[in-house]
Structures are given as C-alpha cells and as structure tokens.
Design a protein around this ligand. Structure first.
Ligand SMILES: Cc1cc2nc3c(=O)[nH]c(=O)nc-3n(C[C@H](O)[C@H](O)[C@H](O)COP(=O)(O)O)c2cc1C
Ligand code: SF4
Length: 521
C-alpha cells in the first residue's frame, strides 16, 4: 500500500538499543519502502510504546511493520496524540534528556541547533576556578551512587599540583533496572563529550576516558563516532572510549581505574582518593555519565536554574528509571522530592502483570527492598539514607505479590559472592557464608550445618542443626560485619537487601516477625 501524500512524509523512529530490541529497524524500513523519509533519532524513553513513531509531533506506538500502511492512511488506533503533551512527558522536567526523541544522536547540526556547545563556549571564557564555583553552586551531586558533591571533587583535582590530570567518565552502569547512562550515550553523546571537555577546562585535564561496559555495543559505537565527529570542537581536549569486560565491581571507581590501567579490577584502599592519585597515579576526576551530562546546562544557563530544582541538599533533576514489573516503564526526569507512590503507581501505572505491588528495590542490586507502607517517602538522598535505603543511580525495580523475597534476598548474597573482587574478608568470605546460612533458613529448620563448618580447622563450630533464632542471629551478626568491615560498598551494602527482606517479609523465609525482631535485637 502506498501513502496518500505526494511529498515524502518525514517519520522519526528511535535507534537506541531498546527500540531496536523492540523491532524499530523493521518498522523504519517499512516506512522507507512506503516512500517516507525516515530519521533515526534518540528515544523519548517511553519504553512501553517502543517502537514509537513520530510523525509531525504525533506519536504512534508500539508500531509493528504490519501497522505502517494503516498509519499512513490515517488510522489513529495507535496514536497517542502529541508526544510532548503525553502525561508521561508533560509531567517531567527534562534537562539532561531535553533532546530525547527530538534529535539525531550523531548530528552536529541538531546538537548545535538545540543549544549544544553553549556551555563549552561559556566555559572557555571563564577562569577555571569560576567553572568549579558554578558547579559547586548548582549543588550537583554525583549520580553514580554515592551522591558526592561534584564541585568539591573538581576543586580537589584542580588544586592538585600536577601538569597532567585526567577526566574519567564512569559509564559502567551495572545497577539493575538502570539505563539512563546508556540512553545519554546512545541518544545525546555530544552532551557527555561537552560535559567532559568543560570538566577538563575546570581542573586542567587534557585527556578524558569513557569506561564503557562491553554489554553496550551500540553505546560504544555511538560514543566512538561522536568523539570522532567533535574532535576539532573540543580540541585540545582529547577523548577515548575504553571497554570493560562487565564485572559489577568495575563500576566502583578505584576498581575501574585499575581496569582502565589494564590491571585486575580490584578495589584500591582509600586514601589516596582518585582526585589526588587516580589513573596512572595522577589526579583524576571520576564522574558518572549523568553527572557530567548535567554540566553543560549548569554552565550555559547558570547554576541557579539547576539548583532551583529539587530540595534540601538534593538539587537539580534526577533521571529516574522505572523498570521491572511496571506498566509504563521508562525514563522519567524530574526534580527531587517526588514520592515513590507517585513514581511507581501514578506515573508507572503500577505492575505490568496487573497484580498488587509487593516491593520495589531502589538503587541497584544492593539497595533495600521497600514495602508498600513506605511508599510515601520522598525521593531524595537524605530521606532515603535515613530510611536505610539508597537512591543510587535512580533505578526503580518493581515486584508484584508473586515475588519470593527470601529468594531475592538470597540472590543478593549470591550476587555479592559472585561479584566480590576478593580483596577483603568480610565480603569475600562473608557473602559465601551468608548464602549458606540463608539456604539453611529457607530450606527448613534444624538442618545440620554443612561443608566448611564441618572441616577440621573449624573444629570449634557446631555441626549440629541450629535453630532458626540462632541462624537469624548469625545472619544479622554477619551482615553487621559486612556492613562495617568491608572495604567498599559492594560488601558493605549487601546487608541492605538481605536485612530489609528479612525484616519486612519474614513469612517468605518461613519465619515470624517476632522471631526475626527477637533474633536480630
Ligand atoms: C560495587 C560498586 C559499583 C558501582 N558501579 C557504578 C557504576 O556502574 N556507575 C557509576 O557511575 N558509579 C558506580 N559506582 C560508584 C563509583 O564508585 C563512584 O562513586 C562514581 O563513579 C563517582 O561518580 P559520581 O560522583 O559522578 O557519582 C559503584 C560503586 C560501587 C561500590
Ligand atoms: S567489599 Fe568486596 S568488592 Fe569491595 S573491596 Fe572488599 S572484597 Fe572487594
């Protein structure tokens, strides 16, 4: 079937990994065969609608190749109306994702026409210390997990008496349910390059590295092409993509630096901080993709505009990633301060399965499981820390009432045992022992303790079955040891999912609330 128009119609289809996985290439090819001009753009981040097709601002989705002819003949069945007016988009405050869905990722024309390079131009007219002051004044905190103020980190590197320094972008993005870094790199790569070039000017670094995980082949390709295309614009600053093998611990900044140096990805003891002795022993800024991508806006529009979003010490916008068992999953950027209920129930539409929500995990595989009765807590760094939870990289993973929290908690211990870099004992050995204790709790009461505790060198350990109370007390003790004795947050945060699952859903472990509270008191 041919389209009714005489002039070729321009149709926009996303080309990011998620859209591709949903069949965007086949949809784009069908529009092309029908005589349309197809532009491959970044994704709007409404993942349940991919492949989302944009025709003159009106959205259609999810579109299959078989729907193309009908759409071109005016069928509105798949229409969502004006994309910008869709409630999911209209409710957001998009800064980092201002270009999402609108521009072609590798088009310098599109980037320049939408305010690109304004920040870099301004930064070139400022003294380095003024750039650092503006980043500090914006209140920007690291979006990679720890929430450390970017301005303070930059000030330390700027003050280091070395002629050679580095900017390292942490694009390892290993947290469960996260994809915002990938979306920036695949959809708006020049924004990250601009942010890194500004960081270079601020601290006196001439070279930047982007540490990207091998599971992100499209991001690797797009970033490399974007670096090539913008080489002269950011010169004399130079950039390189380095690909990591995909170990979770290589997202930890010092382990990342080891990996970047071609060594085993093992965590380094701090001090010295990377800001003093980082890559190849030189002062290094290590920042997350979202942290660096926020910088062009801060410099171009002034720190006040950025600081006006959010509340308390959590300033600016946060690209929240709605994932897991959720109806309207995707990228939602807004100022801090929304409640989990608004994000998950109102915006995310609750579960995709239609069953009641049981829990959400925020902040990656080491974040606490949050039960429904805590859904009114506000999304910001301090409130979450106060509730024993993490914001991390802003990933929210939803589980319905079929989730077995005991198995999920056991997985957290297993994950830690598998991903441990092995440098410190609480994590290396604690996670393995923790997994064994959990297996014994989950599989039933009084089972004789196994394996290692029966070895000759462990002759003081009992091999008789322990009661549930003793097992829970032992697990609590072990979690405390991991929390306070681990060298980095991989071992240190594993207790969060484990203990939250045990505390809020004891019945999934075959236990009672009284028993858990009594044993862990
Ligand atoms: C086990 C572990 C994994 C981490 N993974 C990431 C990651 O994938 N991406 C990231 O930016 N930060 C990650 N971090 C945090 C980094 O160590 C570091 O705080 C961050 O890159 C600093 O950048 P920011 O200040 O911009 O957040 C991880 C930390 C730990 C302990
Ligand atoms: S906590 Fe685990 S990952 Fe971190 S340094 Fe210790 S052994 Fe390595």
């Amino acid at each position: 079937m041919t389209p009714p128009q005489t002039a070729p119609m321009t149709v926009r289809v996303a080309a990011d990994s998620l859209a591709l996985a949903c069949g965007a290439d086949a949809v784009a090819a069908t529009f092309q065969r029908a005589g349309c001009e197809v532009q491959r753009v970044s994704s709007w981040g409404m993942h349940w609608l991919e492949p989302l097709v944009d025709i003159g601002g009106e959205g259609f989705g999810p579109v299959a190749p078989g729907d193309v002819a009908a759409i071109l003949h005016g069928d509105k069945t798949l229409s969502i109306g004006k994309i910008e007016e869709h409630p999911f988009i209209a409710r957001q405050m998009r800064l980092t994702f201002a270009r999402a869905g609108k521009t072609r990722p590798l088009s310098l024309d599109d980037y320049g026409a939408t305010g690109g390079w304004r920040g870099l131009q301004k930064a070139r007219e400022l003294a380095p210390e003024t750039i650092v002051e503006q980043v500090t004044a914006s209140g920007l905190r690291g979006r990679g997990g720890a929430g450390f103020p970017a301005g303070i980190k930059w000030k330390t590197v700027a003050a280091a008496p070395c002629t050679e320094k580095y900017i390292v972008c942490n694009a390892d993005e290993g947290d469960s349910g996260t994809f915002a870094d990938r979306m920036v790199m695949e959809g708006d790569p020049f924004q990250l390059i601009e942010g890194m070039a500004i960081a270079g000017l601020a601290v006196g670094a001439g070279k930047g590295f982007i540490y990207l995980r091998s599971e992100y082949p499209h991001a690797i390709k797009t970033m490399r092409a974007a670096i090539e295309a913008s080489r002269e614009i950011v010169a004399p600053f130079t950039l390189e993509v380095r690909v990591g093998a995909g170990a979770y611990v290589c997202g930890e900044e010092t382990s990342l630096l080891n990996s970047l140096e071609g060594r085993r990805g093992e965590v380094r003891a701090k001090p010295p901080l990377p800001a003093i002795a980082g890559l190849f022993g030189l002062p290094t800024v290590v920042n997350n993709v979202l942290t660096l991508a926020a910088v062009p806006h801060i410099i171009a529009d002034g720190p006040e505009k950025y600081a006006n979003f959010g509340l308390g010490r959590s300033r600016g916008t946060m690209p929240v990633q709605l994932a897991g068992n959720i109806k309207y999953g995707g990228l939602f950027e807004a100022g801090f301060g929304m409640s989990l209920r608004e994000l998950v129930e109102d915006i995310g539409g609750s579960t995709a399965s239609g069953r009641p929500i049981k829990a959400v995990q925020v902040g990656g595989p080491l974040g606490a499981y949050i039960p429904l009765d805590q859904f009114d807590i506000q999304f910001d760094y301090e409130t979450y820390a106060g509730a024993g939870a993490l914001i991390g990289h802003g990933g929210i993973v939803v589980f319905d009432d079929t989730a077995d929290m005991a198995r999920l908690a056991r997985f957290a211990m297993h994950f830690c045992a598998e991903e441990s870099c092995g440098k410190c004992t609480p994590c290396r050995i604690g996670a393995v022992r923790g997994r064994e204790i959990m297996d014994r709790i989950i599989s039933g009461n009084g089972r004789p303790v196994d394996a290692v505790e029966g070895l000759p060198q462990m002759h003081n350990a009992t091999t008789a079955g322990r009661s549930h109370v003793d097992e829970v007390a032992l697990l609590t003790d072990l979690c405390d040891t991991m929390k306070y004795g681990s060298l980095c947050a991989l071992g240190g945060f594993t207790p969060y999912p484990v203990m939250s699952a045990l505390r809020f859903w004891p019945e999934d472990f075959g236990l009672t609330r009284e028993l858990v509270e009594g044993a862990s008191a």
